[in-house]
Design a binder for this molecule. Structure first.
Ligand code: TMP
Length: 214
C-alpha cells in the first residue's frame, strides 16, 4: 500500500507523518517513511539544487525535470523495493506536488507532466493521498517561524520565498486534483491543532476501503 501526503508549506505534513507512522507501527504495520525530493544519495544532491534560495534563475522546465529525476531514482531505489516487500509506504510529497507546483503554479502544461510520469516513472500511483489544506498565509507564517527558530533549514527556502499568489495557486491546484479524484484524495483541515489533525487522519485510514487499519 502506497500513501502520499501533500500540502503547501507549513501545513504540518512532516509532523503528522511521524505521528501516523508511530501509530501504525504500534499496530504492527511495517512502515517505510520517505519523502521527495531527496531520499536517495542522488536525490540529496538534486534536492540541494532545487531548494537552494541562491538558485534564483532556474528555468521552470529545468525544475520540472529535476523533480522527475529525483522521483525516478526514488521509485526504483526505494519505493518499488519497499512495496514489493509488502511494506506500507508513507511518502511526504510525490507526483501531485509536481502537478500542483510546476503545473498549476508555474504554469507548465499539466498534460506534459502526466506524459512524463507515464513514460519515465511507470505511472506508479498512490493508493491514497492525504491532502493537508489550509490558507497559505497561515502555512507560510508557520514555515517562516520554523526557519527563524532553526527547525526548518535556511538553505532550503527557495519555495518559501515565492509570493503569496504562487502559494495560493499551489493550494488551488491541489484542491482541483482532489476534486478530480475524490476516490484517492482525503482532504484534512490542517488549520486544526496537531492532535485533532492526527485523529482526523486515523479516522480516514480506518474508513478507507474497509480500513487500512486492522
Ligand atoms: P519540503 O521537503 O520541505 O516539503 O520541500 C520540498 C519543496 O519542493 C516544497 O516547496 C515543494 C516543492 N516541490 C515541487 O515544487 N515539486 C515537486 O514535485 C515536489 C516533490 C516538491
Amino acid at each position: 500500500m502506497f500513501i502520499t501526503f501533500e500540502g503547501i508549506e507549513g501545513s504540518g505534513k512532516s509532523t503528522q507523518i511521524t505521528r501516523i507512522s508511530e501509530f501504525l507501527k504500534s499496530r504492527g504495520y511495517d512502515c517505510f517513511v520517505t519523502r521527495e525530493p531527496g531520499n536517495t544519495a542522488v536525490g540529496k544532491k538534486i534536492r540541494a539544487i532545487l531548494l537552494d534560495p541562491e538558485n534564483k534563475i532556474m528555468d521552470f522546465r529545468t525544475e520540472l525535470l529535476l523533480y522527475m529525476a529525483d522521483r525516478a531514482q526514488h521509485i526504483s531505489e526505494k519505493i518499488k523495493p519497499a512495496l514489493s516487500q509488502g511494506r506500507l509506504v508513507l511518502c511526504d510529497r510525490y507526483f501531485d506536488a509536481t502537478v500542483a507546483y510546476q503545473g498549476f503554479a508555474r504554469g507548465l502544461d499539466t498534460s506534459l507532466i502526466y506524459i512524463l510520469h507515464e513514460i519515465v516513472l511507470d505511472d506508479l500511483k498512490p493508493d491514497l493521498t492525504v491532502l493537508f489544506d489550509l490558507p497559505p498565509e497561515i502555512g507560510l507564517s508557520r514555515a517562516w517561524k520554523q526557519i527563524q527558530n532553526g527547525t526548518r533549514d535556511k538553505g532550503e527556502t527557495r519555495f518559501e520565498k515565492e509570493t503569496l499568489i504562487f502559494h495560493e495557486k499551489v493550494r488551488a491546484g491541489y484542491l482541483e486534483l482532489a476534486r478530480r479524484e475524490p476516490e484517492r484524495f482525503r482532504i484534512i483541515d490542517a488549520s486544526k491543532n496537531e492532535d485533532q489533525v492526527t485523529d482526523d487522519i486515523i479516522v480516514y485510514l480506518r474508513k478507507y476501503r474497509s480500513g487500512v487499519l486492522k
